[in-house]
Design a protein around this ligand. Structure first.
Ligand SMILES: O=P(O)(O)OC[C@H]1O[C@H](O[C@H]2O[C@H](CO)[C@@H](O)[C@H](O)[C@H]2O)[C@H](O)[C@@H](O)[C@@H]1O
Length: 266
């Protein structure tokens, strides 16, 4: 049996145990690199159709709540994928659930600073071939996937200088996959967003979180014994307890979950 098969079986066993012990499931997913394969152009990222279909079916179970918690802006991620009942954008700084949207109040106030940084960086980095600035209002992203290797440190230095000057301590930078991001310096992460969702469930749910990037680690670290973290990809350092190889494997996991939850919790 290959390691991958063993890992998949172990993951399914752990999930089945979690489902047996709880009356509800809160299943949360990151978007890029998890439901949608990583692509060169962020505008072209799409969820795998199989994943989207399974997500919709999973969410239709009355004791299952599904959520997407993404680094993208809420308006962006919610138009890219159908199915979940909750959407979190900007790494959880904005949350749409029960027909209302909650925005972190400090992030809201600092969005002016973020927008100013984006405008300045768009101008300053205009001549750097392959560089792109994504203005997500509450946070900003500088994409360097297509920037030549020797220019990446220059882009990073420029970004940090602009964010430090305009933010004056109220903004901070972080890294992701071939991106540099900046946003409000606030103690609020994807981990806090998922904890909030968990606390809003009627009964203490079993929590599944699947993600592939640095910010997803903030969730893995907080899941505890009544949750299961699944890292996507081959990261060697992760707080997740299970790993799957790719978004295609996530789609398979979702299919398995649809079958595993059917007829349970009743
Ligand atoms: O939390 P996520 O849903 O994973 O969002 C993280 C960032 O995803 C996007 O960038 C990443 O995906 C792009 C498309 O595959 C890829 O080109 C880029 O290199 C990746 O970093 C998105 O554009 C960012 O705003 C999100 O923060």
């Amino acid at each position: 049996m290959s390691l991958q098969q063993r890992t998949t079986r172990d993951l399914q066993e752990r999930l089945a145990t979690g489902l047996d012990r709880h009356d509800e499931l809160l299943a949360c997913f990151d978007f890029d690199g998890t439901l949608a394969p990583i692509v060169d152009d962020p505008e072209r990222a799409r969820p795998l159709p199989a994943a989207e279909r399974a997500l919709e079916r999973l969410d239709s179970h009355e004791d299952v709540t599904t959520a997407i918690v993404s680094g993208r802006a809420l308006a962006d991620v919610s138009r890219r994928v159908d199915g979940p009942s909750v959407y979190g954008g900007n790494h959880g700084l904005e949350l749409a659930r029960d027909d209302s949207v909650a925005v972190h109040p400090v992030a809201q106030k600092r969005s002016r600073l973020v927008e100013r940084c984006c405008a300045v960086l768009e101008e300053r980095l205009e001549d750097v071939s392959g560089c792109r600035v994504e203005n997500k209002r509450l946070t900003g992203t500088v994409h360097v996937r297509h920037v030549s290797r020797e220019l990446v440190p220059v882009v990073e230095q420029e970004t940090r200088a602009v964010v430090d000057r305009i933010g004056d301590g109220d903004l901070e930078c972080s890294h992701g996959k071939a991106i540099l991001e900046f946003g409000p310096r606030v103690p609020w992460t994807k981990g806090d967003a998922v904890s909030l969702l968990r606390s809003k469930q009627a009964r203490d749910p079993f929590v599944l979180y699947v993600g592939d990037d640095v910010t997803d680690e903030t969730v893995f670290r907080r899941l505890g014994p009544n949750g299961l973290g699944v890292a996507v990809g081959r990261a060697t350092e992760t707080a997740a307890s299970c790993q799957v190889r790719s978004p295609r494997a996530v789609a398979h996991l979702l299919d398995w979950l649809v079958d595993a939850t059917a007829g349970r919790f009743e």
